[in-house]
Write a protein that binds this ligand. Structure first.
Ligand SMILES: Nc1ncnc2c1ncn2[C@@H]1O[C@H](COP(=O)(O)OP(=O)(O)OP(=O)(O)O)[C@@H](O)[C@H]1O
Ligand SMILES: [Mg+2]
Length: 241
């Protein structure tokens, strides 16, 4: 039997006395779009950090494309095909948008000219081609988010993890982002997204995982999950915004 493309198995992360992620397990199949939702502080970003290697789990295992990745550093995980964005965008502010995208592009395009061409392609894809020469520090919020996505795409990932990339965008910017992600998904890219905008979750993902106080409390079809009373309570009852 084929092993799932991506597996999280019994993952735990403790920070001193706080259990930020508490025995979470789930699978993602190749080509899927899965959303993770949950209130502020539920442990969603910590879970991403365990997947992409910014943090080591206290217990449990992450498997990708048939093997464990627990002992790999973030750059080795990127090489295998894991790309991510950070909730707090981390562009190199003094570098241009193009140069920022090139940092990721070098992973698979070691020659300067190839990396530049690849980075240009990615900027075009996210709608930043005309801003290629602008320093990251001069970009608008929406452009910085798109650059964050471009930096992850420049790695040519097989699975991309997006941490609230739509936050703060207006309705038409959100619609553009969804269009882009759908196009990329049709070309085979698998998505695991953390998203607070439930309209986006409903429109974009088929499967939803709900995290509350570090634990998975529900998982399944988006429409079904978003209608569950305990999800509504956990999620909407304690939201800040
Ligand atoms: N490096 C760390 N050291 C100690 N505690 C941490 C660390 N990172 C996260 N935490 C704590 O772990 C819990 C989960 O945080 P996390 O950022 O994963 O939540 P989240 O679901 O992403 O929340 P949000 O929706 O606000 O982004 C919080 O209580 C947070 O304060
Ligand atoms: Mg977070």
């Amino acid at each position: 039997m084929n092993e799932p493309f991506f597996q999280v198995r019994g993952v735990v992360k403790r920070f001193g006395g706080l259990t930020a992620v508490n025995d979470v397990s789930f699978d993602v199949a190749r080509g899927e779009i899965v959303s993770i939702i949950g209130p502020n502080g539920a442990g969603k970003t910590t879970l991403f950090n365990l997947v992409t290697g910014q943090l080591a789990p206290t217990a449990g295992e992450v498997r990708f494309d048939g093997s464990t990745i627990n002992n790999l550093r973030p750059d080795a995980r990127a090489r295998l095909g894991l790309g991510r964005t950070f909730q707090i965008a981390k562009p190199l502010p003094a570098l241009t948008a193009l140069e920022n995208a090139m940092v990721g592009a070098f992973l698979r395009h070691p020659k300067l000219r190839d990396a530049e061409a690849h980075a240009h392609g990615v900027l075009r894809e996210v709608g930043l081609a005309r801003r290629a020469g602008v320093r990251a520090s001069q970009l608008t919020l929406s452009e910085r988010r798109r650059l964050e996505v471009a930096r992850a795409l420049a790695l040519d990932p097989a699975l991309i993890l997006l941490d609230e990339v739509m936050a703060g965008l207006n309705a038409s910017e959100v619609a553009e982002a969804i269009d882009l992600f759908r196009r990329l998904n049709q070309r085979g890219l698998t998505f695991l997204i953390i998203e607070h905008n439930l309209k986006v979750v409903r429109a974009f993902s088929k499967r939803v995982i709900v995290i509350d106080r570090g634990a998975k409390i529900a998982e399944g079809n988006a429409d079904k999950i978003l209608a569950m009373p305990q999800v509504v309570t956990a999620y909407l009852g304690r939201r800040k915004q």
